[in-house]
Design a protein around this ligand. Structure first.
Ligand code: FMN
Length: 218
């Protein structure tokens, strides 16, 4: 396993290069979530390829509670998707090539066939999606900043499904094209060290300081 030398990272990534504490595959720490997208389109085939990876995520009892609803920039649904986002997210996400809502199937309320883990399972699917997209040279940024009621109404989502997140997907763009207040945040964030995250045995003594925050905000 090689850790990516700084020289191989695109310029805008080098301001805060990520270094894993242990030698993991590069894709885990080189994936990051920009807000600056270029206007280069993502083909439907590439979008479906990323969703194909998501489909192979593990889930409780193989219940596969995920559903994906997507629109591509400029298609008949695009503006309706954008209108569900909050103002903060709409500003930058309007330049993405696609928006994907990830829904969880929470059943009909009578049975608990998924074991109540639908949101957890959908999280695994989102991770597959983001990593597959990264491997294809694409970038994703997940969002919870959207109007869930509006989304449900607009996209005619039945009650048993919950919109867990929406994902902006596209090719990375120029930081300078972002509104000024977002430019300084356009870099890979860091993580809390593993030794403050994973513990052998029981939960560590709370009286000793254990930071909750990551090393750098996202
Ligand atoms: C479920 C979820 C919801 C998120 N919601 C938003 C959001 O509404 N707006 C936003 O700009 N970023 C959002 N993010 C992006 C996170 O802030 C980002 O993933 C985090 O800071 C880690 O950075 P990284 O993805 O570059 O490693 C979200 C990410 C996830 C996974």
């Amino acid at each position: 396993m090689t850790i990516c030398p700084k020289e191989e990272l695109p310029v805008q990534h080098t301001r805060q290069a990520r270094r894993p504490d242990y030698p993991i595959e590069q894709i885990f720490y080189q994936r990051w979530s920009p807000r600056a997208f270029s206007d280069q389109p993502v083909s439907e085939r590439d979008l479906l390829t990323a969703l194909e990876a998501a489909r192979w995520a593990p889930s409780s009892f193989n219940s596969q509670p995920w559903r994906f609803l997507y629109a591509r920039n400029g298609d008949a649904w695009w503006q309706r998707y954008l209108d569900t986002l909050n103002a903060f997210n709409r500003v930058w996400a309007q330049r993405a090539s696609a928006l994907v809502f990830i829904l969880s199937d929470n059943g009909d309320g009578r049975s608990d066939e998924a074991g109540g883990t639908a949101s957890l399972d959908v999280g695994a699917a989102w991770s597959h999606l983001a990593l597959q997209a990264h491997s294809m040279g694409l970038f994703c940024r997940g969002m919870v900043g959207f109007d869930a009621d509006k989304m449900r109404q607009t996209l005619k989502v039945p009650p048993r499904y919950k919109a867990e997140m929406v994902v902006a997907i596209g090719h990375i763009g120029r930081t300078d094209d972002l509104p000024e207040n977002l430019r300084g945040r356009e870099m890979p964030s860091q993580r809390r060290p593993l030794d403050q995250t994973a513990f052998a045995g029981g939960f560590p003594d709370q009286s000793t300081a254990m930071p909750n925050a990551s090393r750098s905000a996202g």
